[in-house]
Design a binder for this molecule. Structure first.
Ligand code: NAP
Length: 296
């Protein structure tokens, strides 16, 4: 399941949406707030800004990573309040991870749900949980939505299928489980305390791995999905990825080579779910822009 063609298709659709917004005198805008010192946060924001530039969305970054630690939380809250008010900013991303000394709950409570393009606010997550959302008009979390769009792009119908989502996070696994359930799949989240995880994986029609635990960093609960763990014809989606900072190398949940001749579909580690996540961020920015300007 190469995501590149889907990514290009979505980018082209967004470009034409941006052009029609520009005809109405509206230029969509996305702002990223970076408060962590982690170098990878800057890399992620760089790609997000590059995608925006390619489709004609204005983008800006507010870098708070050098602000004194005891002032950073109040500074972030003030910045988000200002961005909430600005008419030329339609989407705000709060680039995770935030440092431990910042109360992320306060940050998410400050962020306007209308501009919450990463779907981190309790309001948007609540709508998702209640099933009160539409793909056209609502801000859905980028990675889960990216996975759903990729499955749809490859014509994989999840209705009636048993889906094993490995992970139970509020950012990725649980929203994805809910979205798949709303598409009539039987989706279950598994985690470190799940019993007979290997048996459950072997039975699943679709397996989505969102763990990110390399053995070198997590001796006791590392995770790797290999061909021998899945049944013939299974669909495999790899979400989990972790960077070994010391050696600048990426670790992926799925051993893609071992899936050959076993899986019916598998996402590539590079050019897979990561690309779809980027596509959904720009899509969400356009949805937010149209909603804020009362355009259907
Ligand atoms: P997270 O909050 O760290 O969640 C990881 C989950 O994996 C937890 O629920 C944990 O279970 C479970 N887990 C850990 N070890 C396990 C094991 N041995 N067996 C079964 N389950 C295990 O991470 P997240 O935010 O959901 O992100 C998941 C991964 O996706 C990360 O690697 C992240 O970098 C990656 N990601 C990728 C993209 C992309 O665009 N490709 C986007 C977002 C995230 P417990 O709850 O029991 O601890």
């Amino acid at each position: 399941m190469d995501a590149k063609p889907a990514f290009e298709k979505i980018k082209n659709e967004i470009k034409s949406e941006v052009n029609s917004l520009k005809d109405k005198g509206i230029v969509p805008g996305l702002a990223a707030v970076v408060a962590g010192e982690d170098a990878i946060s800057h890399t992620y924001v760089f790609f997000k800004q590059k995608d925006c530039q390619e489709v004609g969305i204005n983008s800006e970054m507010v870098d708070l990573s050098k602000v004194n630690s005891n002032e950073r939380e109040s500074n972030a809250i003030r910045t988000i309040k200002e961005l909430n008010e600005r008419r030329n900013i339609n989407g705000i991303i709060v680039q995770m991870p935030f440092p431990d000394f910042i109360d992320t709950e306060k940050i998410f409570d400050t962020l306007s749900p209308k501009k919450d393009v990463d779907c981190l606010t309790p309001f948007n997550l609540g709508k998702l949980l209640r099933g009160e959302y539409s793909y056209n008009d609502d801000l859905l979390p980028c990675t889960p939505r990216g996975v759903v769009e990729l499955l749809k792009y490859y014509g994989i119908d999840v209705a009636g299928q048993d889906v094993a989502v490995i992970g139970r996070s509020v950012l990725v696994s649980n929203p994805l489980r809910k979205m798949l359930e709303d598409m009539d799949a039987t989706a279950t989240c598994y985690h470190t305390k799940s019993k007979n995880l290997l048996g459950k994986i072997k039975e699943a029609d679709i397996i989505i791995s969102a763990v990110g635990r390399p053995p070198e960093m997590h001796k006791d609960n590392s995770f790797r999905l290999t061909g021998e763990m899945v049944r013939n014809g299974a669909v495999i989606v790899g979400v989990g990825v972790r960077k070994y900072l010391k050696i600048d190398k990426l670790y992926f949940d799925v051993d893609v080579d071992s899936m050959k001749g076993i899986a019916s579909f598998v996402t590539p580690n590079i050019g897979g779910v990561g690309l779809m996540t980027r596509a959904m961020l720009i899509k969400n920015t356009i949805i937010a822009c149209k909603n804020l300007n009362g355009i259907k």
